[in-house]
Design a binder for this molecule. Structure first.
Ligand code: IPM
Ligand code: MG
Length: 372
């Protein structure tokens, strides 16, 4: 019996490339684990009408953690057009498998540390060390959407919401509705996760990112929940900012911030900005964390044009492996891996194209493994 079972989900595009580099590192770390493969990605949508087949869901129910590469996503109509002929016109709709996994397994924490490794030529500033906590199951990602809008819904909205007036006279296929749903419990638990992290790692401040001045119901609730939770952590400063202003201030004064916590969509946006400040998507790693399961991934997409070229930077994925090791309780291995990544970056001898070099995905993986 091995100690850990880790679902291996390369997905498609460059997801396959970067997971190969991750495997080099994991083998070198000699983790006592097995890595059962899971089918996921665009090819399963096209061939089976499901990018996250139920056999993969079964697998995820029987592992300790998962490592996920990347998946191609396309808008609903474009996706439908690529279905196998026998599956067309059956009412199948494409939904991003990573979003589905987050909801299906209640992976409510999206943890995105953004650390400027010394000497990375892509650092916006040296010394940046931000951590984003993104709520991962609710908000505009709830999946409750209507296009066209059902008559019943339009009638109800006209009755209940005065500002709906101008929309009420439109033909039902001339507008669309996406629901932003935020719960008190969901808001509180992500904020609590951020504060717990702050306490554990002795960080000074948690900034809530929102737009409560305009989106008053849902973001108002999120902010209120944050204030309530913050009372349990008197030693940590609570700060808040509107998402728009936040993007400017982050660039202007990145050292004013420490830990950020946000509802799903703002967290999606702000975490890309933070990743860019520490080297871009080649450095953005992500943990989708629930009570029973956690899925780790690079935040970059599948970049189909680079697929199979072994060109992209695997550091984001290798940092996701580091997060996974921490989550599994393998703190020593995680720290060793972090040190190896830092050393390779500092030395600057091995660099992928995004860093101004010409080394391949696997050469980067090997360089990091060699430091272990
Ligand atoms: C991310 C990605 C996903 C998201 C996409 C691929 C659905 O942008 O993980 O940040 O929007 O959450
Ligand atoms: Mg994103």
């Amino acid at each position: 019996m091995v100690k850990y079972r880790i679902a291996w989900l390369p997905g498609d595009g460059v997801g396959v490339d970067v997971l190969e580099a991750a495997k080099i590192v994991l083998d070198r770390l000699a983790l006592d684990a097995e890595y059962p493969h899971g089918d996921i990605g665009w090819e399963f949508w096209c061939a089976e009408g499901d990018a996250l087949p139920s056999r993969t869901v079964d697998l995820l129910n029987n592992v300790d953690a998962a490592l996920f590469g990347a998946i191609t996503s396309k808008p609903v109509k474009a996706a439908a057009a690529e279905l196998a002929p026998a599956l067309r016109d059956k009412g199948l709709t494409y939904r991003s498998p990573i979003v589905r996994m987050r909801q299906m397994f209640d992976l409510y924490i999206c943890l995105r540390p953004c650390t400027a490794y010394p000497g990375n030529p892509l650092n916006f500033r040296e010394g940046i060390n931000l951590v984003v906590f993104r709520e991962n199951t609710e908000d505009l990602y709830s999946g409750v959407e209507f296009a066209p809008v059902p008559r019943e819904l339009a009638d109800t909205l006209r009755r209940l919401a005065k500002p709906f007036g101008p929309f009420a006279t439109l033909p039902l296929d001339q507008y669309a509705i996406s629901c932003k749903i935020n719960t008190r419990a969901g808001s509180e638990r992500i904020v609590r996760a951020a504060f717990e992290f702050a306490r554990k790692f002795k960080r000074r401040k948690v900034t809530v990112v929102h737009k409560a001045n305009v989106v008053r119901a849902t973001d108002g609730l999120f902010l209120e929940a944050a204030k309530a939770v913050a009372r349990d952590y008197p030693e940590i400063q609570l700060d808040d900012a509107n998402i728009d202003a936040m993007t400017m201030w982050l660039l202007k004064n990145p050292f004013n911030y420490d830990i950020l916590v946000a509802p799903n969509l703002y967290g999606d946006i702000i975490s890309d900005l933070c990743a860019q400040m520490v080297g871009g998507l080649g450095f953005g790693c992500s943990g989708n964390i629930g009570e029973k399961l956690a899925v780790f991934e690079p935040t970059h997409g599948s970049a189909p044009k680079y697929a199979g070229q072994f060109k992209v930077n695997p550091i984001a994925t290798i940092l996701a492996v580091k997060m996974m090791l921490d989550w599994l309780g393998e703190a020593d291995r995680a720290a060793t891996l972090d040190g190896a990544v830092a050393e390779v970056i500092r030395e600057g001898r091995i660099r992928t194209y995004d860093m101004g070099g010409s080394h391949t995905t696997l050469e980067m993986g090997q360089a990091i493994a060699a430091k272990l």
